[in-house]
Design a protein around this ligand. Structure first.
Ligand code: GLO
Ligand code: MG
Length: 344
């Protein structure tokens, strides 16, 4: 049976167009509006930061956090939308200026752990066992400002606290080599899988791959996907695109490099991504120039491109490709891929 894919995105994917050089270009919308758009587009699930689920979380009691999470769960159930994951947003607070789990200030490290445990509380209520860690500020601007070995140990210790707090959760680390940091401590999927082995339960620590983050690390996203899948560790996926080594662009999937997008979909198909209930997430943003009336296009287009590439993968003549490979005629194989992608 061919894989039927399920699709997902997060409320932050309706971004408003601000960048370091200018303000927003689209007026912020409510959460309810975003949920209605997700539903309208026919997506299956939503991803959440802890404070997407419970806004202003730092100023709320544990009881209030649980109450608001329950209200959200009711809303999602009413729409038939699942929560894919919850991620602690550990990069906004004044307590995480110098990093979260790796801050040089012990009080701030504790804040990061406490907040991660609240994230787990929210995930339980939203009925997902997946916690995502994008380790945004775990790195340095000034290399000598932190002890790199101790930082890796701090991250493993923080993960241990989460694993001990809830015996059912799984943690998917989303590596990214830079931005906002100059250098991040967990830059690639190989680092993620190695870090899992420093924790108390490596089986419950896996990976989330984002296409653009692989490109920023100078790596091929389809090879990174295959690497994680060889370990059965690809628990979530952020497809998007990125035009080389620039700021993090989060372009629509396939927008910069269609062939790479084809290779990513091919590797997902070959390894049956989604057969264990995993979602295809698009971590994409509208261009700053996008008008409010075109605000859904980057999400809809990413899914359209993905599904068209699924067709391209399924109609790729594998027998013909195998013959070219047997003949070591990679010149012909290269051209066959190009012509297959160009075929109307
Ligand atoms: C930024 C990341 C970010 C995460 C999200 C989930 O570069 O891709 O969007 O995926 O915060 O933790
Ligand atoms: Mg992402």
């Amino acid at each position: 049976m061919p894989q039927k894919y399920q699709f997902c995105f997060g409320p932050w994917n309706f971004s408003e167009g601000s960048d370091p050089y200018g303000p927003i270009t689209r007026q912020p919308q409510t959460f309810d509006w975003k949920l209605a758009q997700l539903k309208k587009l026919g997506f299956d699930a939503m991803m959440f930061h802890d404070d997407d689920a419970v806004p202003d979380i730092d100023n709320k009691s544990e009881a209030q956090i649980l109450k608001e999470a329950r209200e959200l769960k009711k809303k999602l159930d009413g729409e038939g939308i699942a929560a894919e994951m919850v991620a602690p947003r550990l990069w906004f607070s004044p307590n995480t200026i110098d990093g979260a789990y790796t801050s040089n200030n012990p009080k701030h490290r504790q804040y990061a752990i406490d907040r991660s445990l609240r994230t787990i509380d929210i995930a339980r209520v939203l009925d997902t066992d997946l916690i995502v860690l994008w380790l945004a500020r775990e790195g340095t601007y000034v290399r000598e400002s932190k002890n790199a070995r101790r930082s890796v140990e701090y991250i493993a210790q923080a993960i241990d606290k989460m694993l001990a707090y809830d015996k059912k959760i799984r943690i998917a680390i989303e590596p990214k080599p830079n931005e906002p940091m100059d250098h991040a401590y967990v830059p690639t999927i190989g680092h993620v899988l190695a870090l899992a082995h420093l924790t108390r339960d490596p089986k419950r620590v896996g990976a989330l791959i984002e296409s653009a983050h692989c490109i920023l690390a100078g790596l091929d996203a389809s090879d990174e996907i295959a690497f994680a899948m060889a370990f059965n560790k690809l628990w979530s996926l952020h497809l998007n695109d990125q035009n080389g080594l620039k700021y993090d662009q989060d372009k629509p999937f396939g927008s910069a490099n269609l062939r790479s997008a084809f290779d990513q979909v091919r590797v997902l198909e070959q390894n049956k991504f989604g057969s264990r209930g995993e979602y295809v997430n698009f971590d994409v943003h509208p261009f700053r120039t996008t008008k409010p009336e075109h605000w859904l296009a980057h999400l809809d287009n990413s899914r359209r491109t993905f599904l068209k590439l699924v067709d391209k993968v399924r109609s790729f003549n594998e027998a013909k490709a195998s013959q070219m490979i047997a003949d070591r005629n990679y010149q012909a194989l290269d051209q066959y891929v190009i012509e297959h992608l160009l075929k109307g």
